[in-house]
Ligand binder design. Structure first.
Ligand code: FES
Length: 174
């Protein structure tokens, strides 16, 4: 069992200065479900985005881009400020509010059982796909029909508007 802290969310990126230059999907695809969010080099390690009003966290970890709902499924904590930890070969965010662990690959919530082994509670945080193409980053919002616990907070309805404005660094309108 490994539980190693490998980073923290204190290094928030500034709003990207280079806007998206693509109006189509990545590669040969003409799939409008892929949304161009901007030039990859204009994003720091973490950026909180509003894509079609859904608040998501775009993060780069070990040279790979990930995207998941930015507000913790448990009670609305800001995952942009979560520490990154490796837990049993999973890369997780540890929410700064109540220390819940969330796998950044599949959004599973993890807990430690009585034998001190990490177990999955199943998908709790909605995870979205990210691709880089021609220097641009594209996000495909997860369209899974079954609800995921993080859906409750995904549109920021529980947050006062000024808090929402502070947290979201870039808006991608419809
Ligand atoms: S709000 Fe994230 S663990 Fe409670």
């Amino acid at each position: 069992m490994m539980n190693e802290s490998v980073g923290s969310g204190s290094a928030m990126s500034q709003a990207p200065s280079e806007p998206c230059t693509s109006t189509e999907g990545p590669g040969e695809e003409r799939d409008e479900s892929w949304i161009c969010v901007g030039s990859a080099r204009s994003f720091g390690a973490r950026t909180t985005l509003s894509i079609h009003n859904r608040i998501v966290l775009l993060l780069r970890e070990n040279s790979k881009w990930h995207c998941l709902d930015a507000i913790c499924y448990h009670a609305g904590g800001p995952l942009s400020q979560a520490a990154v930890e490796r837990v049993d070969n999973r890369v997780c965010l540890r929410c700064p509010w109540h220390s819940y662990l969330i796998d950044i690959e599949d959004g599973h919530g993890l807990y430690m059982d009585l034998s001190r082994r990490y177990r999955s509670k199943g998908a709790r945080q909605r995870v979205h796909k990210v691709r880089q193409d021609g220097g641009q980053l594209f996000v495909q919002l997860c369209a899974r029909a079954e609800s995921v616990a993080s859906d409750e907070y995904a549109f920021g309805a529980q947050l006062p508007p000024q808090v929402l404005r502070q947290r979201v660094q870039r808006y991608v309108p419809r």
